[in-house]
Design a protein around this ligand. Structure first.
Ligand code: FES
Length: 148
């Protein structure tokens, strides 16, 4: 009698835990789907440090960090300043500017982008994100996100 009661209690408890687990496994993805995504991080213009600005003049490009992103800032073939997301859209490697070829290159899988960030060759599925670059009269360089 006591053995039956114990076995029945154990089975009832096991059934209760399994039911709760099943309900949780159904509700969690539904609630996760319904929860709105966080708003994109927007930040104001970022001023490049004097050393980063000098590096652009010396090596034609530099990579700066802003709002948790890596940004490639470079002087294109026409000597205009440009800025692109430095994170390759394939698997996230950091790209670099190749001034002799006027292309942005990702060494991980040999991808190439043009100076506007469009894919020329390689596996990346999307172009690189673009930023706006401005230089003030004092020679300070500012980078900020292109408005959508
Ligand atoms: S990560 Fe850039 S091409 Fe693969």
């Amino acid at each position: 009698m006591i053995g039956d009661y114990t076995r029945r209690s154990f089975l009832d408890g096991l059934l209760g835990v399994a039911t709760l687990g099943w309900i949780g496994s159904v509700l969690y993805p539904v609630l996760s789907y319904l929860k709105p995504p966080p708003p994109p991080v927007r930040s104001g213009p970022v001023r490049l440090s004097p050393s980063a600005t000098e590096r652009i003049e010396r090596e034609a490009f530099t990579i700066v960090s802003a709002a948790g992103k890596r940004i490639l800032v470079f002087r294109d073939g026409d000597r205009n300043l440009r800025a692109l997301d430095a994170r390759c859209t394939h698997e996230g490697c950091t790209v670099q500017y190749v001034p002799k070829e006027s292309v942005v290159w990702c060494a991980c899988h040999n991808a190439r982008f043009d100076e506007q960030g469009r894919v020329i060759s390689g596996p990346p599925p999307r172009p690189l994100g673009r930023y706006i670059v401005k230089k003030d009269g004092a020679g300070n360089v500012f980078v900020h996100q292109e408005s959508a």
